[in-house]
Design a binder for this molecule. Structure first.
Ligand code: ZN
Length: 140
């Protein structure tokens, strides 16, 4: 048993599905379908809006995280590189000083060696002269 009602949207007459549904049916089938479609679109739009809002929130949170952590990370990275650079400089400086020191020591050693050899040479010459002198004395 259906009841005839007037559609609240398009004002056309329509037959309700049953006596029971007549209590809540306010739209003809065309308008009802259209309303359902609009609701679905509206729900989808709401869902999309909520998703976009959630994505925006996450992006803001990410941005905040980046803003608060990246400078520290970049700072650490820069100081790490800086330390490496300074470390290399210090190592280079130490190596240069060590090489200079070794070079100076070698030079000093060689100079002393040359002086020592010259001194020995002079002593040998003196000794040799003395021997020659003694031989001459004996020969006379
Ligand atoms: Zn209608």
């Amino acid at each position: 048993m259906t009841i005839m009602k007037q559609c609240e949207r398009c004002n056309s007459s329509f037959a309700t599905r049953s006596n029971t549904s007549a209590r809540w049916e306010r739209l003809c089938s065309v308008c009802y379908t259209e309303k359902r479609r609009e609701q679905l679109i509206s729900n989808a739009e709401d869902k999309t809006a909520r998703n976009i809002s959630a994505i925006e929130d996450r992006m803001l949170a990410l941005e905040e995280t980046l803003n608060s952590h990246v400078p520290a990370l970049v700072g650490a990275e820069v100081s790490n590189h800086l330390e490496n650079v300074i470390g290399q400089d210090i190592i280079d400086d130490l190596l240069k000083r060590a090489m200079d020191s070794i070079s100076n020591s070698m030079q000093s050693f060689v100079e002393r060696q040359i002086k020592f050899e010259a001194k020995i040479q002079r002593q040998m010459t003196t000794l040799n002269n003395k021997i020659i002198s003694l031989m001459k004395d004996k020969g006379e």
